[in-house]
Design a protein. Sequence first.
Length: 254
Amino acid sequence: MQIQRLATGLLLLSLLHCGHAAGSGTDIKSYTGNAYDSGGRLLYRETHFIQDGSRLILYRCTDGRAFARKNVEGDGAAPNFDFSDGRDGYREGVRNTGNVREVFWRDGADKPLKQTAVAKTGAVVFDAGFDAYVRQHWTALERGDALRARFLVPSRLGAIGIRLQQREGAPAGFLDLGMRLDAWYGFAAPEFRLRYRKTGRWLSRFEGIGTIRNAAGSYPKLRIEFPDAPVVVPLSALQSARNAALASSCGAGM
């Protein structure tokens, strides 16, 4: 169904390879989000390492083996990034090539790498930059304003419109947001729900279609729970994540 494909493309944002604000200084900060299916079964974990505006995210199977990795450079709304999945060779990102900034995408190890100039897409928000976008517009979102933006979708070598607005019913101390496609058919596409802790404007929960394909090649509906705050970790933890071999399969449906 075209609407469903568009909605899935939206979540290839890795949006929610959810990038909390990058740390400052030389400290390396880390936190882990746990992804669950609709029945509460753990699907995978994503561990974020943040240092000097750069981020590394390591995705792990439930048994602890790494299966995918993402590097993000920059802490604004439109960072460069490179995501690779060891299970099937899927890859996507944004990079600088000479004087041109390009978005690239490969659907698998045996597929050609495709790319185009970012400028052609009209995108203003990329990947984990979504979190920076929320922070930049926090006051408007708290006020109840509806925000619209063009979000980069590497698998389309293009961008789609999103609409973001506060949802009612958040517990005290939290801000709930709902995100949909900004199109006439957006009402028929799934809504993605995000819960931010007001203290620190910290992402606490994400609910919606996931960004990581399962063993069947589809994107499951899931919930990702994040801790209240990151912790400081040694350089060796970051180096280990950077050098970890990526597994070719996970098991348990992933």
